[in-house]
Design a protein around this ligand. Structure first.
Ligand SMILES: [Zn+2]
Length: 283
């Protein structure tokens, strides 16, 4: 052997052999582990019982909604709470909410019965004949691991989480707030929302919350595109003004069911808006 061959052997061949050997050992270990898992899955009596039980119990999937909104206007962000936002959304989503709650309450009734049946399974460690090379304690710990994994865990609590963000006009988030509401609270709110005659909500607290959110739907972007559409002039008296003299008005007032959409919004000067504001509530 010449010197070059020796150097080559030391530098390349030996590390390569080490790597290959360790890969072989690792894969052998892995394959023993896989064999153990396969054996437990196929032969554990406790797992067989659990699977039978799982077949006889079905739980509903539950969709837990989360509501988010980003305000580009700090004044709106500050005036609107997570609860206000939830109240607003519940006007449109109560059917869906009730359906999900029905599912949760079904799960809630079935789950304790299921858990009771699970606790009655007592044949752990029974695998039939175990090959000599394997340790029973190891098999039992694998059995426990798979068993825990296969237990069903249905949703038994219905919640809605609300997150509100405040951003600069360029979209960068400055601050945020979030809150999670439990089913009992949600149900109480829905009852109060449904307590209405025509457009008018009998519950002032609910109504104020809805108005705040409706008003808050006018983003800064929307505001400026309405000024632009109206030529930066008051649509009532025709006066043109700088931004701070102009305001956005709901043509059909929020208090009468008017929405914050382009067709229902117009530019008014401060004075005309104040005059109009005296006639209508909620604008
Ligand atoms: Zn005017």
């Amino acid at each position: 052997m010449n010197e070059l061959t020796i150097i080559f052997t030391i530098l390349f061949l030996i590390p390569a052999i080490i790597v290959i050997l360790s890969l072989i050992v690792a894969s052998a270990k892995k394959s023993v582990r896989n064999q153990l898992y396969e054996f437990v899955k196929d032969n554990s009596q406790a797992l067989k019982n659990l699977r039978e039980l799982n077949k006889s119990f079905s739980f509903y999937d539950v969709f837990l909604p989360s509501e988010t909104h980003t305000y580009d206007n700090e004044i709106f962000y500050d005036s609107i709470s997570c609860r206000d936002y939830l109240i607003y959304q519940l006007q449109f989503k109560q059917k869906e909410v009730f359906e999900q709650c029905r599912r949760v309450s079904y799960n809630r009734k079935q789950y304790p019965i299921y858990k009771q049946k699970i606790s009655e399974i007592d044949c752990f460690g029974s695998f039939g004949t175990i090959p000599d090379k394997w340790n029973k304690v190891t098999l039992e710990s694998i059995e426990q691991e798979i068993f825990d994994h296969e237990i069903k865990r249905p949703t038994v609590d219905y919640t809605i989480s609300v997150a509100l963000y405040c951003s600069q006009i360029n979209g960068r988030i400055i601050t945020s707030k979030r809150e999670t509401f439990e089913y009992d609270t949600i149900k109480r709110l829905i009852n109060r929302i449904n307590d209405r005659s025509g457009y008018f909500y009998n519950d002032k607290d609910i109504w104020d919350a809805i108005c705040r959110v409706e008003r808050g739907k006018v983003s800064n972007k929307m505001r400026f595109s309405i000024y632009e559409r109206d030529g930066y002039r008051c649509r009532k008296c025709g006066r043109s003004g700088r931004y701070h003299d102009l305001e956005i008005d709901h043509i059909k007032p929020i208090a009468k069911g008017g929405k914050s959409v382009y067709s229902n919004l117009q530019t008014l000067c401060k004075r005309c808006n104040q005059e109009k504001g005296d006639t209508y509530y909620g604008n």
